[in-house]
Design a protein around this ligand. Structure first.
Ligand SMILES: Cc1cc2nc3c(=O)[nH]c(=O)nc-3n(C[C@H](O)[C@H](O)[C@H](O)COP(=O)(O)OP(=O)(O)OC[C@H]3O[C@@H](n4cnc5c(N)ncnc54)[C@H](O)[C@@H]3O)c2cc1C
Length: 308
């Protein structure tokens, strides 16, 4: 029996994936989304999204994800709940092997996202959304005129601290070394901010909390001395891990394992596109993921037309 060949298969049902599905389905492409969990991706981990345009009161991530799924399905996109285990992107058609079977497509849109790195400290996961966060651009406003700390020493930690210094009363930066890895363009303005205090050679040893985070215990990495700091919020900004392992060896990845794709979302393989957090880009947010999804569907359609 001949296998069904989809016009496009989208791997990942976050905002990038479901926006790609919406645009692809509305363009008349036979579209399948393969998502291993529920719709929404990382958005499902947050109670309140205030910076996705159109929701003046904000919206919870689960509802926004579900709405994106419904929009795409209204136009005929189909969701398969399965985990993709391997891919052959060079074959014609392209083969996607999931835990429930093989799927075939003329084009593939990779929208598998990324994950914030965790400190791996006790109680961290249960305090997410209750004082512990990973994205200052997303949650910074929740700590207006309050005291927060940022953990990390790279570009994202330093730019998070600078952003928070404009919103919060006081910002500590906790870094385990005695200098930043961040480039000058980021850390010079932060060093000038009067409400930022840098705690060099320090690491977070313990999270202090009642119903939510109340502070942290930090340890000096040189002599082991500890002290407590009262906090309203802690932002862990120690990097992200892209979900790109499946594609390694076939698709070009950058030094941090993000898929190399320009604004067109085209990768080094014809008919394969990368959208959202998994792609090399400056700003990883819902709105930029959704924008990538739309662009990926546009170029997938173009690829199908040109390769008829
Ligand atoms: C706690 C938190 C709060 C945030 N708050 C905000 C905010 O307020 N505003 C904002 O703009 N951004 C926010 N972000 C960032 C935003 O959620 C991400 O930038 C956005 O979700 C990226 O979308 P994406 O579609 O690229 O990837 P993701 O949302 O990561 O979705 C990827 C999807 O792919 C699926 N997947 C991965 N591998 C496979 C596989 N092998 N098989 C099948 N499925 C697979 C995953 O299950 C996931 O559903 C927040 C992130 C977090 C973690």
């Amino acid at each position: 029996m001949m296998e069904k060949i989809y016009d496009t298969i989208i791997i990942g049902g976050g905002p990038a994936g479901y926006t790609a599905a919406l645009y692809a389905a509305r363009a008349g492409l036979d579209t399948l989304i393969i998502e291993k969990f529920s719709a929404g991706g990382q958005m499902t981990q947050t109670q309140l999204i205030e910076n996705y345009p159109g929701f003046s009161e904000g919206i919870d991530g689960f509802t926004l994800g579900d709405n994106m799924k419904k929009s795409a399905e209204t136009f005929g996109a189909v969701t398969e709940t399965a985990e993709v285990l391997s891919v052959d992107l060079l074959s014609t058609p392209k083969r996607i092997t999931a835990d429930n079977g093989d799927y075939f497509a003329k084009t593939v849109i990779i929208a598998t996202g990324a994950e914030h790195k965790h400190l791996g400290i006790e109680h961290e996961d249960e305090l997410i959304g209750r004082g512990v966060g990973y994205c200052a651009a997303c949650d910074g406003m929740m700590y207006r005129k309050k005291t927060v700390a940022v953990v990390g020493g790279g570009n994202s930690a330093v730019s998070d601290a600078l952003l928070l210094s404009r919103i919060c009363e006081k910002v500590y930066v906790i870094h385990r070394r005695d200098s930043f890895r961040a480039s000058k363009v980021y850390h010079e303005p932060m060093m000038k901010a009067e409400n930022v205090e840098i705690l060099w050679n320090s690491k977070v040893d313990e999270l202090l909390f009642d119903r939510k985070l109340t502070g942290i215990k930090i340890a000096d990495t040189q002599n082991g001395d500890t002290r407590e700091i009262a906090l309203d919020g802690l932002f862990i900004s120690i990097g992200r891990t892209p979900e790109s392992g499946l594609f390694e060896g076939q698709i070009e990845l950058d030094a941090n394992k993000y898929i190399v794709a320009e604004e067109t979302t085209r990768t080094n393989i014809g008919g394969v596109f990368a959208a959202g957090d998994v792609r090399t880009k400056a700003l990883r947010q819902i709105v930029t993921a959704a924008a990538d999804g739309a662009v990926a569907a546009y170029f997938a359609e173009e690829y199908i037309t040109e390769n008829k």
